[in-house]
Design a protein around this ligand. Structure first.
Ligand code: ZN
Length: 368
């Protein structure tokens, strides 16, 4: 069985944002270059995405919103950009490219379903996790991962776990599934941080969905130690108890220590280790993993970290995974500890993890 597939398409570069906007076409160009440089093109199958149909996007978004965006993109033709909110823009090609970005996830689900692949990396822009059902937000137009989760459920993956490690809260995804116990949403974020009106752990779901929305708010300066510790103490046990049919990752790389927007302290090696945790969950539950690109605005750390994720997912065995980790470690750190970076305030990180654990113990016996 071939392991990892990559969904990519040069058309994603055609969504234009203003000069100096952090969410630039160069982000994906850098990942493409790094992919070839890492020789992953020899072993990773590349899949061309299809466009999502409007009724598929409407699994999550309001039909009136889809129509509104179509009208907005027309106003952008002729080279001018249309501004949708403080930092979200459309160029003439954007509506079609956003449909392609949503469709890339559907291509990934089909690839998993065929049994040919057990993991897929979906390298798209515009990103999706801030998009609300009726509103664009924070560079996002359609919520790519949410649309794919609904499509996956129709394809037979009834229980979906979405893990969002972007530095920002995945508010759009949270609200899309807030009352739904069939989609367990877990989001790590720098807190307090943009968007300032969501992301605290008491937002735990509503109605039947209570307990199926877990926010892990981490203080500024949290590094590999804090993220991995939160993953091991919170995500792993609830995943074992929930037993998802499919694991989806909103993989932003803007919690990297070199990112210009976030103030977290994850290293490239840290992303490799987080990905290994995802592989472990996949192995434990038998659920395949689909990884969606979200943020990440230093093209170097973004592309290095995205490639680290792909290399771990594509590794044949533990030895190969170990070699992937070692290749990102400084010589002095290799073999000493897997925690490349600590936390600026480890006591506060540990306290926060304890609070989340205690709060969710009400819903998940494994956390008591
Ligand atoms: Zn982000």
């Amino acid at each position: 069985m071939s392991r990892l597939a990559l969904v990519r398409d040069p058309r994603f570069l055609n969504h234009i944002t203003p000069d100096a906007h952090p969410e630039s076409p160069q982000r994906l160009a850098a990942i493409d270059t790094a992919f070839v440089k890492a020789a992953l093109d020899n072993s990773v199958k590349q899949l061309e995405p299809r466009s999502a149909m409007e009724d598929e996007i409407a699994l999550v978004h309001k039909a009136s919103y889809i129509e509104q965006l179509q009208d907005d993109t027309k106003r952008a033709s002729g080279g001018s950009l249309v501004q949708l909110d403080a930092d979200t823009f459309m160029s003439g090609a954007t509506f079609d490219i956003a449909k392609l970005a949503a469709g890339a996830g559907l291509t990934a689900i089909d690839a998993i379903k065929s049994g040919e692949h057990d993991s897929v990396f979906v390298a798209v822009r515009p990103p999706g996790h801030h998009a609300l059902i009726d509103k664009p937000m924070g560079f996002c137009l359609f919520n790519n991962i949410a649309v794919s989760a609904r499509y996956a459920q129709l394809s037979g993956y009834k229980k979906v776990m979405i893990i969002d490690w972007d530095v920002h809260h995945g508010n759009g995804t949270q609200w899309a599934f807030y009352d739904d116990p069939s989609v367990f949403f877990i989001s790590f974020q720098q807190y307090p941080f943009w968007p300032y009106d969501s992301g605290w752990y008491t937002e735990d779901g509503s109605g039947e969905g209570r307990g199926y929305n877990m926010n892990i708010p981490l203080p500024k300066g949290t590094g590999d130690r804090g993220y991995l510790s939160a993953f091991d103490q919170l995500v792993k046990p609830v995943c074992r108890e929930f037993q998802p049919d499919l694991i989806m990752i909103s993989a932003g790389y803007d919690a990297h220590q070199d990112d210009p927007l976030g103030q977290q302290n994850i290293t490239t090696s840290g992303y490799a280790m987080l990905t290994q945790r995802v592989r472990d969950l996949s192995f434990m539950t038998g659920a395949p993993a689909v990884v969606f690109l979200e943020g990440g605005y230093n093209t170097r750390s973004l592309s290095d970290s995205a490639i680290a994720t792909m290399r771990v997912l594509n590794a044949r065995d533990e030895g190969e995974t170990g070699a992937v980790h070692a290749s990102y470690l400084m010589p002095a750190a290799a073999g000493i500890s897997e925690h490349v970076t600590g936390d600026r305030n480890p006591a506060l990180v540990d306290e926060r993890i304890r609070e989340v654990r205690q709060h969710f113990g009400k819903f998940w016996p494994t956390l008591r």
